[in-house]
Design a protein around this ligand. Sequence first.
Ligand code: 5GP
Length: 181
Amino acid sequence: MGKLFVISGSSGVGKGTLLKLFLNKHPEFKLSVSCTTRKPREGEVHGENYFFLSQEEFETLIKKDEFLEWAEFSGNMYGTQKAYVERKLAEGNNLILELDTTGALNVKKIMPEACLIFILPPSFEELEARLRGRHTETEEAIQKRLNSVKIEIERSKAFDFKVVNDDLDRALKELETVMCT
Ligand code: 5GP
């Protein structure tokens, strides 16, 4: 039986890079594939990036109580199927779900054995600088993101572990200590 991990972290925190490095080094860990009603982006593959479903298909799964958790983001639905998670764990895979903090806490309610890990920025000021450094968003959008970062950090108090991504190599080692021991 594999172990279940849920990783959350605010945008701009380098969570994606950290996870990619970890997964490359540890092939015995698998990233869970979620369901979504969003249309596939260029290069995305059904069953690899997501299971792309119609709104109707997704709603049927909700009605049949087949999701471990699900959420709506900017008009699209996203969810993790219970049977998928159970099957992957039974096959002996260590499974990683990458979810927002609400999704993570919902998983913990149903599967208390899940290990919740939150990736933190070195400081709030540093994160603000990183988000502004992207030069891709309006001031209003940045303020909105920073506000949701504050909420996420507050919710992360209930997580099992927190890893500060101040230095990629150091953060990777800490993640390995938490997940591989
Ligand atoms: P994107 O459309 O950019 O792939 O993802 C949008 C958001 O949906 C991201 O914040 C991502 O973490 C979240 N997401 C992806 N899969 C799931 C899921 O299964 N459950 C929840 N709650 N959120 C998800």
